[in-house]
Design a binder for this molecule. Sequence first.
Ligand SMILES: Nc1ncnc2c1ncn2[C@@H]1O[C@H](COP(=O)(O)OP(=O)(O)OP(=O)(O)O)[C@@H](O)[C@H]1O
Length: 284
Amino acid sequence: MIEFRSVTKQFPDGTVAVEDFSFTLPSRQTTVFVGSSGCGKTTLLRMINRMVEPTSGTILVDGEDVSAQDKVKLRRSIGYVLQSSGLLPHRRVVDNVATVPLLNGVPKAEARESALALLDKVGLDRGLAQRYPRQLSGGQQQRVGVARALASDPNILLMDEPFGAVDPIVRTDLQVELNRLQRELGKTIVFVTHDIDEAFILADQVVILGKGGQIAQAGTPAEILAAPADDFVASFIGADKGKRTLHLQERAGDGGLTIIVDGDGRPVGVLGADAGTDAGSGAS
Ligand SMILES: Nc1ncnc2c1ncn2[C@@H]1O[C@H](COP(=O)(O)OP(=O)(O)OP(=O)(O)O)[C@@H](O)[C@H]1O
């Protein structure tokens, strides 16, 4: 469990990035901080592993104040994945993944063997282990970044727009993969994005932030979709434009298929036979 208690961060130039933020993130769940650029998401994330120190307030991990913990130890005990993968360019993939265990004193052979097993876990071919990061695609680099963050088997995984720089198809693959991994591993994941669709796909709990890390609404995706707290949230999730209101459209000319369309009339899926229609295609 991660608990923010009245946390404020003012940078030396006077910018108040986060103001009086209080929130509890449950263990073994994925909490997604989502909001527009500059609302304080990254600052919130980086205060958990003390890459940024709060000006006031307290952050507790499993009841322990992080400010009382050794910074280096704390950082190595928490996985961290960045948009730019943050891999060391002159080290091979396997050595990048093994970095933290090696720093923690795990013998080299053991650390490398675990690193290879982690490549399997994140869906990467072991044949890529000897490559350098620049010899990988953006999506593969992000998978290596996730493997590296998992290498010391941390309870907490901080993910800062990790899929922001890859194309939409790869991004969808990575989202599906992260959900699969999370079902298997049950980490406490804190994920930052400005993409509300990504937030809804990944989150057990979504926290929609306004300027200064103000909480506009927090809840499960279903709770937020069903009852946006105010106009800001409705606009942010696209509910105000009917973007998320789905309709059924009978398609007599297509073998009687029932198509689901969004508020703009764009097809988003086909209603399957198991959903209680007599459309009969079974596709969905
Ligand atoms: N080192 C710093 N010094 C001064 N101001 C900073 C510093 N780091 C961040 N800020 C400011 O704090 C505010 C919050 O920044 P932060 O990076 O947390 O936002 P964000 O929501 O993650 O934005 P983005 O989605 O663009 O990454 C912004 O106004 C930013 O300019």
